[in-house]
Design a protein around this ligand. Structure first.
Ligand code: I3P
Length: 126
């Protein structure tokens, strides 16, 4: 996972398309809109891209990197109440943004849940 990309930036975890819905922006509730995106975890940030290709392009272009979700002090928890979908977990950022991530494949989503939890744990213990 992430091999061949390390020369650009430390990618901790990537390699799946997940379903994402942002449901709150700074504590303000948003209308839920699920989209499929390519997710990349980079130390303390989570980046969402429409396509894997876009991530590659963004890295080649200085400053082309998208703004990531800051995972510092974020809360990660499984939820069955926020969606009728299965395999959903929520990320609540320090600034009050809330994201749902989902995959029909439990193995896939649980890998992501664990990787993001580990990233948050690393940030708060360091
Ligand atoms: C929403 C859409 C979402 C659904 C959401 C609906 O309707 O059907 O897929 O979320 O449920 O409100 P609309 O397209 O009209 O905005 P889930 O798929 O996660 O259940 P919710 O309001 O219970 O969050």
């Amino acid at each position: 996972v992430g091999q061949g990309l390390q020369q650009f930036q430390p990618v901790d975890f990537q390699g799946e398309y997940l379903n994402k819905a942002k449901i709150s922006d700074g504590g303000k509730k948003l209308r839920k809109n699920w989209t499929t995106c390519w997710v990349v975890l980079c130390s303390n940030e989570l980046h969402f891209y429409k396509e894997q290709k876009q991530e590659e392009l963004a890295k080649l272009k200085p400053g082309g990197k998208t703004d990531g979700v800051d995972l510092c002090d974020a809360v990660i928890e499984w939820t069955t109440e926020k969606s009728s979908r299965k395999n959903v977990f929520q990320i609540t950022t320090r600034s009050g943004d809330e994201f749902l991530l989902q995959s029909d494949d439990y193995a896939t989503i649980s890998k992501w849940h664990d990787a993001i939890k580990r990233a948050v744990g690393r940030l708060s213990s360091g």
